[in-house]
Ligand binder design. Structure first.
Ligand SMILES: [Zn+2]
Length: 374
């Protein structure tokens, strides 16, 4: 009854890959997604953001829970070194090469086809299925944040990123910015100034020594992303300003306030002659975890096992995604699972096309289990 066709999967994915969709430039690809739903007899809602809009399709089919299939249509910027045109959808055997083929237009295609199948086979289930494709995931998650602010609600959610196994949680992330304000002086009379570069360096050393949060399953990391100071042009002047960016991950149980308290303690301990101002610019992602015995995980595991002939492995990510936001800010139980591919955020990104069909089947079985016919 729920049939998915590899040729259609391939054609649709190739259409989406052909539309360039860097963060902030997703208007055309989102319009193509909306048009596809309209052409297939469904109503595509356009939910505005401050940039390109999100697309939401709601299949209401009687009483029962609400299930959301989510993905993002933006891609990272094309890396150098591609062996083919990144927007052409070059096929080699089972693979399609293309920017966003893996991350994650293939997942969006699976969500589109599954949504249409549920709209066509209404006797098989009861409840509401929501399709959402969002923008800007690779930058600030503006799309997912907008959906949350606009009140998206569901009982279950799968984010169909290219996660071949089953992801049950991820660390969160706080971006910390330190602005160090010193005082300029002639470089041969440094005692007359306050060297913002040196003070920023002292701060960085302390931040690097901070212990990370510990969690049984979810690993966390921390990186200094940048330390900028001095002028681009060579001059013998003590730098009066420096800026440090720290990407700090947090595990379940930790929060933003605790991390900032640690940072404040470091600043106080430096006794710096410079002024060090700390802020937390976006993006911010809370950590999330769903229990392995949650009904969503159990249903997905049964479906996965049916499709693959073995159980899926539970996995916890060091990365963040829109799943963090749906799970923690909208309180929607969320997992990540999607097609198999590689080289995302690099040249020669590819997706295994049959794995998209398999994903459609896994999503279908999962939804049928959780939204059974009355
Ligand atoms: Zn992604």
């Amino acid at each position: 009854m729920f049939q998915y066709d590899l040729a259609e999967v391939t054609t649709l994915l190739r259409q989406l890959v052909a539309i360039k969709s860097y963060p902030g430039e997703e208007h055309a690809v989102q319009q193509a997604v909306a048009n596809w739903f309209t052409a297939n007899g469904m109503t595509a809602e356009i939910w505005p953001t401050s940039q390109a809009p999100n697309v939401v399709v709601r299949i209401e089919n009687g009483t029962g829970p609400t299930f959301m299939l989510n993905g993002h249509t933006d891609t990272v910027l094309a890396a150098e070194g591609w062996d083919c045109d990144p927007w052409q959808g070059h096929i080699d055997g089972d693979r399609m090469y293309g920017l966003g083929a893996c991350d994650m237009k293939s997942g969006v295609v699976a969500n589109m086809l599954v949504t249409r199948a549920f709209a066509q086979h209404r006797a098989a289930w009861s409840g509401t299925l929501i399709f959402s494709s969002v923008v800007d995931e690779e930058a600030y998650s503006l799309g997912a944040n907008s959906l949350v602010t606009q009140g998206i609600a569901a009982d279950y959610c799968i984010v169909s990123e290219s996660v071949p196994e089953i992801e049950l949680g991820a660390a969160g992330k706080i971006l910390v910015r330190a602005d160090v304000i010193g005082k300029a002086a002639h470089g041969f009379m440094p005692w007359q100034g306050i060297n913002a570069a040196s003070e920023a360096a002292r701060f960085v050393v302390q931040v690097d020594g901070l212990p990370l949060g510990v969690h049984e399953r979810i690993p966390a990391s921390q990186s200094i992303l940048s330390l900028l100071s001095g002028s681009a042009q060579y001059v013998v002047t003590i730098p009066e300003r420096a800026e440090v960016l720290v990407s700090r991950q947090i595990v379940p149980g930790e929060n933003k306030a605790e991390v900032m308290a640690q940072m404040d303690t470091i600043v106080a301990g430096l006794n710096s002659p410079a002024r060090i101002e700390l802020t937390t610019p976006p993006p911010y992602y809370p950590p999330f975890e769903i229990a392995a015995d949650h009904a969503l995980v159990q249903a997905l595991q049964v479906a996965f096992t049916q499709a693959h002939g073995r159980a899926g492995e539970y996995y916890y990510s060091t990365g963040v995604s829109d799943a963090n936001l749906f799970a923690e800010l909208a309180h929607i139980p969320t997992v990540l699972h999607g097609p198999t591919g590689a080289n995302y955020h690099q040249c020669n990104e590819w997706i295994d096309l049959p794995s998209i069909v398999r994903c459609c089947q896994v999503f279908t079985q999962t939804i049928l289990t959780l939204l059974p016919a009355k």
